[in-house]
Ligand binder design. Structure first.
Ligand code: ZN
Length: 325
């Protein structure tokens, strides 16, 4: 897998929906639209191939106008072809920015190197959330510019705690950076939000600044992953998950709530909850009573997804806590 660099973005590419980009581009592509000008915007889309609203937002943003000085990284077009987050033979593109020897890590290194040279004034990584979540940003740095860039999108922000190689963290080493979770795939509002943000950001001479108190910041303290490979959102699955919990993203779920079901005679939960340090908190958060997997603690879920392939590949959800520095 090689990174291709292009210096123009043809208008007809803007007519190309994400699943067609692989045919048009052949692989991950960095568009250098800086025209040699300093302090461009850096925008990345499709690090997750099924999250098309970033690309759709870029199409809306650029349609009928010249691009501002920007670097545009179009990531996993191969997975986008089949509408998947990541293909089976790949590593997650947005978990590969902290080094390593995988093809995805080498690619991330090339993009980082190119971006550093261009000295971007802001890096914007566009994603969709897969569950029913409000739109929000993800931060790894609470500097005034990162907070300002986040607040321009939403009052809600998540401070990423499971820092397993995401682009935004890598980029905050040399510029303000923010991940925007624009909303669900398929909600036209998600692409519109992305486009509106890019229009605003293109006009910023200085990145706006904000204070922590202006935002509501949560931390994803706990990651809930699926242990039982036969998990599904059907009542008869060996780990029967509950699709309706998706509605509780960013809401409080009380202790005692049914979280999943196990077959009669099961002795383990089938899920694993871990904190940032990797400590296993499964038994702190869950108990098995008969066939019911119950919550032992009140939680604020986020990113709970009922897309079983995403849940298996990445995780089922996080449990958040309000963050106070
Ligand atoms: Zn994503």
């Amino acid at each position: 897998m090689r990174l291709t660099t292009r210096y123009t973005l043809a208008d007809d590419l803007l007519d190309c929906p994400a699943p067609k980009l692989f045919d048009a581009l052949g692989g991950p592509t960095l568009f250098d639209l800086t025209r040699g000008l300093p302090n461009p915007l850096f925008v990345s889309v499709l690090q997750h191939g099924n999250e098309v609203s970033g690309w759709d937002g870029v199409r809306m943003f650029l349609a009928g106008r010249g691009a501002p000085p920007m670097l545009l990284y179009v990531g996993n077009v191969e997975a986008a072809r089949s509408g998947e987050r990541t293909l089976a033979h790949q590593r997650d593109f947005n978990r590969a920015w902290n080094g390593g020897d995988s093809p995805e890590a080498r690619l991330a290194r090339q993009v980082t190197h190119y971006a550093m040279e261009a000295r971007p004034r802001l890096a914007i990584d566009l994603h969709n959330n897969t569950g029913a979540n409000p739109h929000y940003s993800v931060l790894t740095d609470l500097g005034a510019q990162c907070l300002g860039a986040a607040l321009a999108f939403s009052r809600l922000a998540l401070l990423a705690q499971h820092r397993d190689g995401i682009q935004t963290e890598r980029f905050t080493e040399f510029c303000p950076a923010v991940t925007l979770e624009t909303g669900r795939v398929g909600d036209p509002g998600s692409a519109r939000r992305a486009a509106a943000y890019l229009r605003a950001a293109a006009k910023w001479r200085e990145i706006p600044q904000a204070s922590f108190a202006e935002l509501t910041v949560y931390r994803n303290e706990v990651r809930v992953a699926i242990e039982d490979g036969d998990a599904d959102f059907t009542a008869d699955a060996p780990l029967a998950l509950r699709a309706e919990l998706e509605q509780y993203n960013f809401e409080r779920l009380e202790a005692g709530n049914l979280f999943a079901r196990r077959p009669t005679g099961a002795t383990d939960i089938g899920l694993r909850a871990t904190d940032v340090s990797g400590a296993d908190l499964t038994d702190f958060y869950f108990e098995l009573r008969g066939t019911d997997v119950l919550l032992r603690e009140p939680v604020y879920p986020s990113m709970y997804t009922r897309d079983i392939s995403v849940a298996r590949q990445d995780c089922l959800c996080y449990f958040m806590t309000p963050y106070h520095p």
